[in-house]
Design a protein around this ligand. Structure first.
Ligand code: 2AM
Length: 184
């Protein structure tokens, strides 16, 4: 029996955007607002898979490789807080159709493969702070990062030495149905 891994599909952030967001976060949220997500862990989840066996991972990867979705531009221009899940997030006021279609497809494939999918509607977001259980002031509108999204990734979530680390382990290019996946 092979071991299972905790996996999810997500969009990576370009390094310069990641750096700008981390700087903005440090300028706008005091340390007591919550626990900052490590810069390298910032991502936008498309579909959470949970603990997945090697066989199921292969099946999910094969299905992901058949997705033919166009590229899109992501505008990060919204922020908010979910007190119940104690999360401060960055998001988009107008999710591009390509993003919603990609997430819907991955979530449907995951559900068909037996990965539980939350009945909550997909709300694209990048978690910036965890343990944010008290209401914090959200910066006034005006912040805005935009970048083209031309790939999506399968991430592994691993806990070691007291830290959770999210690592992309496979990537697929958008906009080209003939492509193969890149092992990272
Ligand atoms: P979150 O940032 O809003 O907590 C890895 O845990 C990623 O999968 C995170 O982006 C997390 O979203 C998301 N996720 C979605 N559903 C999850 C679940 N049931 N358990 C853990 N993470 C989940």
């Amino acid at each position: 029996m092979s071991e299972s891994k905790r996996l999810f599909f997500a969009i990576e952030l370009p390094a310069p955007v990641q750096r700008q967001i981390v700087r903005w976060r440090a300028e706008h949220f005091p340390p007591e607002a919550g626990r900052p997500v490590a810069a390298a862990n910032l991502h936008l989840t498309l579909a959470f898979l949970g603990d997945v066996s090697a066989d199921k991972q292969r099946a999910l990867a094969a299905m992901a490789g058949r997705i033919a979705q166009p590229e899109f531009t992501l505008h990060l221009d919204d922020a908010g807080q979910w007190l119940r899940s104690r999360v401060l997030w960055l998001g988009t006021r107008q999710p591009p159709r390509g993003l919603l279609q990609l997430a819907n497809m991955l979530r449907a494939q995951a559900a068909r493969s037996g990965c539980y999918q939350s009945p909550q509607p997909f709300h694209p977001h990048i978690t910036l702070l965890r343990d944010a259980g008290h209401a914090v002031a959200i910066p006034a509108p005006g912040f805005h990062w935009a970048f083209p999204v031309n790939e999506f990734s399968l991430y592994e979530s691993a806990f070691a030495r007291g830290r959770t680390r999210y690592t992309p382990i496979q990537r697929w290019t958008l906009g080209n149905p003939e492509r193969n996946s890149d092992e990272v």
